[in-house]
Design a protein around this ligand. Structure first.
Ligand SMILES: Cc1cc2nc3c(=O)[nH]c(=O)nc-3n(C[C@H](O)[C@H](O)[C@H](O)COP(=O)(O)OP(=O)(O)OC[C@H]3O[C@@H](n4cnc5c(N)ncnc54)[C@H](O)[C@@H]3O)c2cc1C
Length: 442
């Protein structure tokens, strides 16, 4: 069956209600054999020569030609895609997993921190723009958020499944071209100009050609592949989980019961975890195995307590909690010192709310923190932007990631429309665009 016919048949089945999405599985739903299936494109089989495994030279099919390619659909990437699309350019978003939100959702990191500043009269929202529009949509859904209003005692906390679903709605409403289950493995280069990216999927190896790329992979995978200078970090890696049936239990000494979520009786449990290299596959494997074991051991202790014996493990994050791996060596490296001094930047593209070690200083985010020094046509967004070893504990929070996502998306669109290198984008025009997109610039 051709793809077009398959989609038609599926839509007809869904609309008619017969053989619908929810039909029970059974022997009569065995599917069909594809007679004219195209072979999966791998570009030739690696072979052994002189004891080494050699990848043959291959042509890589281009399956998309776009204006802005966003790598990674975490909180930063999805906001970047929406910002660029709303600015009027074609956008393709490539994500390695099957849902959006990254650590915020698949990582079960639910508190959206650094969105407000505090005043004696109460909290004042700093993060507006598309990030807040998304939060407001999540808030409207039953059990979507807690602490969303400005009068709440702390920053908002969201439900992960509602968040995933509403992000997908927004991306589809705006016409963002989406590729899920697609893992970006390399950059396409012409000298120091990025021209797109290569990704692997169940369909094989393909390329997306683009005018500008926003690297929102969290790990700077694309800008590193492109040769942009960056700083490698060892940081704590944890695995978050949720507990159900909490009853009246709040905190019991020695038990990891976590904190409440928008769903009654459900808590999320953060894990600091040991320090590790989030770019080392052996480390990631070890941590995933150890952390899952530790979560079960913790649950056994909880269930051995009379007060909490009926608590159960609701779920474990499907994305391991890598806090930091690479940050860009950008045109401007944000520093804790300048944040504490309340530094103002001429190229401000967003103002983040306050957080413990930032004291009560809203933080101006400069465009320079998103821009590589030497490589062209690529911008960083989210936890991999340029910040020193202390400040990246702020820039990696979800609030600031929403801001750098929007700034990168808007700047990428502007660079395409004005045929300008991202490094030379007009700052007044970028700031004007961001203001029209409801971003607060101070
Ligand atoms: C355990 C833990 C607790 C935390 N607690 C808080 C908290 O309480 N509040 C808070 O505000 N912040 C917290 N943070 C930080 C915050 O959650 C993250 O820094 C933030 O969500 C990062 O967003 P991002 O979009 O930059 O990256 P990510 O969320 O990592 O998103 C990157 C996306 O890119 C995809 N991707 C990665 N590589 C590729 C590739 N090569 N090809 C295609 N797709 C790719 C990923 O699948 C993912 O969807 C915590 C972090 C951790 C780990």
């Amino acid at each position: 069956m051709k793809r077009r016919d398959f989609v038609k048949a599926l839509s007809a089945a869904v609309l008619s209600g017969s053989n619908s999405l929810w039909a029970d599985d059974g022997i009569d739903s065995a599917g069909e054999i594809i007679k004219d299936a195209k072979p999966t494109y791998r570009g030739g089989t690696p072979y052994i020569k002189d004891g080494k495994i050699i990848q043959p030279q291959r042509e890589i099919p281009v399956i998309r030609d776009t204006d802005v390619l966003v790598v990674g659909g975490g909180c930063a990437g999805v906001i970047a895609a929406l910002a660029a699309r709303r600015a009027g350019v074609k956008v393709t978003l490539v994500e390695r997993y099957g849902c959006f939100g990254g650590l915020w959702t698949a990582g079960l990191v639910l508190p959206v921190l650094a969105t407000h500043k505090k005043t004696p009269a109460g909290r004042i929202k700093m993060i507006h723009g598309i990030g807040d529009e998304l939060l407001a949509r999540i808030h409207k859904v039953r059990n979507g958020t807690i602490y969303y209003s400005d009068s709440a005692p702390q920053d908002a906390l969201t439900d992960p499944e509602i968040t995933k679903s509403l992000i997908a709605d927004m991306l589809r409403e705006e016409g963002v071209d989406i590729l899920l289950h697609s893992w970006v493995t390399n950059a396409v280069m012409d000298g120091t100009d990025v021209k797109g990216a290569i990704f692997e999927s169940k369909s094989g190896c393909h390329a997306v050609r683009s005018k500008v790329v926003v690297d929102a992979s969290g790990d700077g995978d694309l800008y590193d592949a492109a040769g942009a200078e960056n700083v490698r970090h060892i940081h704590r890696i944890g695995l978050v989980h949720r507990l159900g049936n909490m009853g009246d239990a709040t905190s019991i000494k020695g038990l990891k019961l976590g904190n409440k979520t928008p769903t009654a009786g459900v808590n999320w449990v953060n894990m600091m975890g040991p320090y590790g290299d989030g770019l080392d596959v052996a480390t990631l494997t070890q941590m995933e195995l150890d952390d899952r074991q530790a979560i079960w051991a913790s649950l056994m202790k909880i269930q051995n307590n009379e007060q909490t014996k009926n608590v159960f493990l609701l779920d474990v994050a499907s994305q391991l909690g890598v806090r930091a791996s690479r940050t860009l060596a950008g045109m401007h490296e944000m520093s804790l010192d300048e944040a504490l001094a309340g530094k103002k930047h001429d190229d401000v593209v967003g103002v983040g709310g306050v957080y413990t070690f930032i004291k009560n200083h809203p933080v101006q985010i400069p465009y320079g923190a998103l821009v590589p020094r030497r490589i062209n046509n690529v911008l960083a967004a989210g936890r991999c932007v340029a910040a020193d070893n202390k400040m990246m504990n702020y820039t990696r929070l979800i609030g600031p990631c929403l801001l750098t996502g929007q700034a990168a998306g808007a700047a990428a669109a502007l660079a395409v429309q004005t045929k300008t290198n991202v490094r030379d984008v007009s700052i007044p025009r970028l700031q004007g665009l961001l203001k029209r997109q409801n971003v607060f610039l101070g």
